[in-house]
Design a protein around this ligand. Structure first.
Ligand SMILES: [Zn+2]
Length: 156
């Protein structure tokens, strides 16, 4: 599985967070399917959170976007997805570029499998986030002793 742990403001309304996380996650899932020619059953998505966190004097919440390769032993494409995440976001943007849809439809984000979330899907909320991912290609960084996770830039 590929898990993105995202710091969010601790006062964010739950409804707003669910809309953001589910819309972003299902958009990225669509981008992954386009990028690597996967069908809907070859990659699964789960949104979890929020839970409370604290770093120094900063209180914040964490949410997680998890992409799961359900095949036994894994197919190996999650490593490629992680290293080409900007291209995944670009594919998601192209997928979302369609006329006559203001929140979500069966052409873009809605599927039979995610029908319990249909009311929460709203792709216009997350286009700016996808554009930011496109601008920032992933960089592999080995963890060093003394590395401290500072959530402040992301919270800002
Ligand atoms: Zn649509």
């Amino acid at each position: 599985m590929l898990r993105l742990i995202v710091p969010v403001p601790s006062d964010i309304k739950d409804d707003r967070l669910q809309k953001w996380g589910l819309s972003l996650g299902y958009s990225l899932k669509a981008g992954m399917q386009h990028c690597y020619m996967l069908d809907g059953s070859e990659i699964e998505f789960e949104f979890e959170g929020p839970w409370q966190a604290c770093e120094g004097n900063t209180r914040y919440s964490l949410a997680s976007l998890t992409f799961i390769d359900p095949s036994l032993g894994g197919s190996g494409y999650l490593h490629r997805i992680a290293s080409e995440f900007d291209q995944v976001a670009q594919q998601a943007l192209e997928h979302l570029d369609h006329p006559g849809c203001e929140t979500a439809c069966y052409r873009c984000l809605k599927t039979y499998q995610n029908q319990r979330f249909h009311d929460l899907l709203e792709w216009t909320r997350i286009v700016a986030d996808l554009e930011a991912i496109v601008q920032a290609a992933p960089v592999r960084q080995p963890e060093k002793l003394g590395d401290v996770f500072n959530p402040q830039p992301l919270l800002d």
